[in-house]
Design a binder for this molecule. Structure first.
Ligand code: HEC
Length: 95
């Protein structure tokens, strides 16, 4: 069973490009948490809204008190990574 789960995770990481797993540490497995108790809950955000936020963090034009944390995250992402992450986040159910 564990092997199947692992294989699925690895496969989906390839299929999606960037994986939400690195984001899940703070945002929750299904983006259902306030990251570090501060962010908005992003589960179910539209693709456009997530991309706007991520591009803004990277460019330094978006964010609140803790935007420095997300700048570090977003700077590592290409436009394609952002698009793929935004798609994943938009599919999580709103809590
Ligand atoms: C180290 C913890 C941490 C990690 C890892 C992290 N985030 Fe965040 N994220 C935050 C915090 C804190 C905020 C709120 C920042 C602010 O003040 O604007 C935030 C905000 C956001 C927002 C905007 C929500 C809002 O409050 O306006 C989005 C979208 C987002 N993160 C997506 C991601 C994605 C996608 C990843 C993975 C590539 C990721 N985050 C990884 C901590 C994290």
């Amino acid at each position: 069973m564990k092997k199947i789960v692992l294989a699925t995770l690895i496969l989906s990481a390839f299929a999606f490009g960037a994986s939400f797993a690195t984001c899940a540490a703070c945002h929750g497995a299904k983006a259902e948490k306030h990251a570090l108790g501060k962010s908005k809950i992003i589960a179910g955000w539209s693709v456009k809204k997530v991309e706007h936020a991520l591009k803004g963090y990277k460019a330094g034009t978006f964010g609140g008190a803790l935007k420095g944390i997300m700048k570090g995250q977003a700077s590592k992402l290409s436009d394609a990574d952002m698009a793929s992450l935004a798609k994943q986040i938009s599919k999580f159910p709103k809590p």
